[in-house]
Design a protein around this ligand. Structure first.
Ligand code: PLP
Length: 383
């Protein structure tokens, strides 16, 4: 199948873990869900975790529990997967964008502050920053800004489990630990760090939001004695909110738990691959390698370069069975968003970034030979 930009790694332990669930009493709503939640919360350093069907459901749930509704404006970055923005629309809210920082490729926090300070108080309800490629957003700085203007934060950390930055107190802040954001979300799609087939997670340190997430994940239905208005007997439940079925199965969670055992090792491997790429491309003035600040540990879900003759390079690599990808086409330029009035020229840094962006193969199972092959072919293209 050639060399893709991202790929899962499944071991015998992973297979055994799923088979064990198949032979058990619970395929869903069983003990593996809670175990995965607890293990994941511990991994990213958060108090609570709620496992769901996928990252998009996680984003939708977050918007629901924060009360996004008609007329509410929420800001995100144009360089992300469409779901980060779409989740606001699902709830009837409006999406606005702030351009990216040309170094980190994530939302430009100075531009965000400019926008908030020049808008009437209360214009915006929240912000959804994205740890693009696995580069942690400085959520400490973001929190200082959002506190001034009364916005909540949903950190889209789909690319960043295992990544961290060091805050102004000198403390290591893992992506998704909730030290500065209200809610954080993750995806377990097979190209991500932890693969469960389909799957997602919300983490938070806020007990009230945690309880709401549990409620909205299962149709808004509760059996919790402290919430019931009436009590007719052991079978009795009540629906208090219009929730969804966003439950994940025990099969997915068993795979997730098994994958978590190798997650830290996987991020280390990704960092070693990044060092090799950085070293190899140092001599090419046609390739810009990812920026990494001193206080940041990159989770490298993606290794994104800025490449001259990007399309030609993409096609050349494809001819040699190297399947790179572009993350992302700016969301505001998608036809659906253009129909809302967004247009080319609205976010110049994001649009410039898109012209040259290319994600090279990056995953723990990428062999030494494959890494060398990718490097050789890129050098050959530019020679
Ligand atoms: C940044 C980002 N947000 C959200 C999602 C949505 O996750 P999922 O595909 O699990 O619904 C993805 C994954 O594709 C993503 O990369």
């Amino acid at each position: 199948m050639g060399i893709p930009y991202g790929k899962q790694q499944i071991t015998q332990e992973d297979i055994d873990a799923v088979v064990e669930v198949l032979k058990s009493d619970f395929l869903t709503q069983g003990p593996k869900v809670k175990e995965f939640e607890e293990r994941f919360a511990e991994y990213v350093g958060a108090k609570y975790a709620v496992a769901v069907t996928n990252g998009t459901a996680a984003l939708h749930l977050c918007n629901m529990v924060l009360g996004t509704g008609p007329g509410d404006k929420v800001i995100t970055t144009p360089i992300t997967f469409a779901a980060s923005a779409n989740s606001v629309l699902y709830c009837g809210g409006e999406v606005d964008f702030v351009d990216i920082d040309p170094d980190t490729y994530s939302i430009d926090l100075d531009k965000l502050e400019e926008k908030l300070s020049s808008s009437p108080v209360g214009t915006y309800k929240g912000v959804i920053p994205v740890d693009l490629a696995g580069y942690p957003v400085d959520v400490e700085k973001l929190r200082r800004i959002t506190d001034k203007y009364g916005l909540w934060i949903i950190e889209d950390a789909c690319h960043a489990p295992g990544g961290y930055f060091t805050d102004s107190n000198g403390d290591k802040q893992l992506c998704g630990n909730g030290a500065y954001s209200d809610l954080q979300i993750f995806s377990f799609h097979p190209v991500k760090h932890i693969a469960t087939g389909e799957g997602g997670m919300v983490t938070t340190n806020n007990e009230e939001l945690y309880k709401k997430l549990l409620l909205f994940r299962t149709h808004g239905i509760t059996k919790s004695p402290d919430m019931l208005i009436e009590d007719h007997g052991g079978w009795y439940y009540e629906m208090h909110e219009l929730g969804y079925n966003y439950r994940i199965s025990d099969l997915n969670c068993a795979l997730g738990i098994s994958q978590l055992n190798r997650a830290k090792e996987g991020v280390e491997k990704r960092n070693r691959i990044a060092v090799r790429y950085n070293e190899a491309f140092k001599e090419l003035d046609t390739v810009k390698t990812p920026f990494v600040a001193d206080d940041v540990y990159h989770a490298y879900h993606l290794y994104i370069i800025q490449a001259e003759q990007r399309k030609e390079l993409y096609d050349f690599l494809r001819e040699h069975d190297i399947f790179t990808q572009v993350h992302y086409i700016p969301v505001h330029l998608q036809p659906y968003y253009r129909n809302m009035g967004w247009k080319k020229g609205d976010f110049p840094a994001a649009e410039d970034y898109y012209e040259k962006a290319l994600s090279l193969p990056m995953y723990p199972a990428l062999t030494e030979e494959e890494q060398v092959f990718v490097i050789e072919k890129i050098k050959e293209f530019y020679s």
